[in-house]
Design a protein around this ligand. Structure first.
Ligand code: UFG
Length: 320
């Protein structure tokens, strides 16, 4: 298939672009490089530098079989301080993309949605029919886009899938996580092991969990990429499928730090800090629907593999 990957210079977009190419697809990447890196775009992909809202119409006029839409603003804290950046950058941009797809008859869409659409869960593991009450603007904008996609699919016959990612980790080949502004736990912990940071902060240890720290469901980025390949193939015209992607197992912040200590052999000092606003205590996915309907089966559910692959990636880049 001929596929457009928006945000293909970012962490998850670049891994998915690489896997789509390996699977024999033709890939064009559209990315404004506001947070992505030019050298993260796979060599075999065509690269178009530009803003999705501005370029989608011209690019899609060339005829594509589908779009995988990763390009987004994705910092939870920033979304609370500068909501306009998220409503414009995420929602308005995505609606412009949907309009361009409609104009040019692009039949398939896979969208990067998020566990943040659910907010504080009433029950874990979280299923797709759980209430969607996002606790931050980032999650609210992704939920708004999900609603827009549902209506475009129904009205205009789009074959759409939203994949709601839980906590993505690991790396694939030369593609991995390297945000200029890093807020995520595993890369921050590994920066301590690399000597780039003195200690890691633990944001609260008084949550109702086994060791008091927040519990998250980590998913290997290659397992996530596999779900995208399956979703592109399985999408049905006029329907919008929504699937959670995680492993169904939670790890606490302390367990993640311990796994990083084991993999890196570094003692990784950790200091207790205040809770971070808006953090739910436990986020664990039920991915039963993705397994049943997409035939998705995670191959790297163990935390050690995710941390190990992330470590190989960052240590390699740091020249260790
Ligand atoms: N944490 C720390 N110290 C740090 C960084 C994080 O203790 O220095 C904690 C957080 O408080 C949280 C856990 O580690 O409890 C994981 O935090 P991340 O920032 O790595 O990930 P989040 O769970 O906050 O967010 C991730 C994605 C979001 C997405 C969300 C949905 O990064 O984009 O999952 O659950 F919205």
């Amino acid at each position: 298939m001929k596929l457009l990957v928006t945000g293909g210079a970012g962490y998850i977009g670049s891994v998915c672009a690489a896997r789509l190419l390996e699977a024999g697809n033709e890939v064009a990447v559209l990315d404004d490089l506001s947070t992505g890196h030019r050298d993260a775009v796979p060599d075999e992909a065509e690269f178009i530098e530009g803003d999705v809202a501005e370029q989608a119409d011209a690019v899609l006029s060339r005829g594509f079989d589908g779009v995988l839409h990763f390009a987004a603003k994705s910092l939870v804290g920033e979304s609370m301080q500068d909501p306009g950046k998220y409503w414009h950058g995420n929602v308005l941009t995505s609606v412009r993309l949907l309009d361009a797809m409609r104009t040019h008859g692009t039949p398939r869409l896979v969208f990067s949605s998020t566990a943040a659409t659910y907010g504080e869960p009433e029950q874990v593991p979280i299923t797709e029919d759980a209430p969607t009450r996002p606790t931050n603007t980032y999650g609210a904008t992704k939920l708004a886009i999900d609603h827009a996609i549902t209506s475009y699919a129904k009205a205009h016959g789009l074959a759409a899938t939203s994949l709601r990612y839980f906590n993505v980790a690991g790396a694939f080949d030369r593609f991995g996580e390297r945000h200029v502004t890093e807020t995520h736990l595993i890369p921050l912990v590994l920066q301590v092991a690399l000597g780039q940071r003195e200690h890691v902060q633990i944001f609260g240890d008084d949550y109702p969990t086994s060791d008091g720290t927040c519990v998250r469901d980590y998913i290997h980025v290659t397992d996530l990429a596999e779900a995208h390949l399956l979703a592109v193939a399985a999408a049905k015209p006029g329907t919008h499928g929504i699937f959670n992607l995680g492993n169904g197992t939670g790890f606490s912040v302390r367990q993640v730090i311990d796994a990083c200590r084991e993999i890196t052999g570094h003692d990784i000092p950790a200091k207790l800090a205040e809770r971070r606003g808006g953090d739910p205590a436990v986020l664990v996915a039920s991915s039963a629907a993705a397994q049943r309907e997409l035939g998705w089966q995670p191959k790297h559910p163990d935390l050690a593999t995710m941390v190990g692959d992330a470590w190989t990636f960052v240590a390699g880049r740091a020249g260790n």
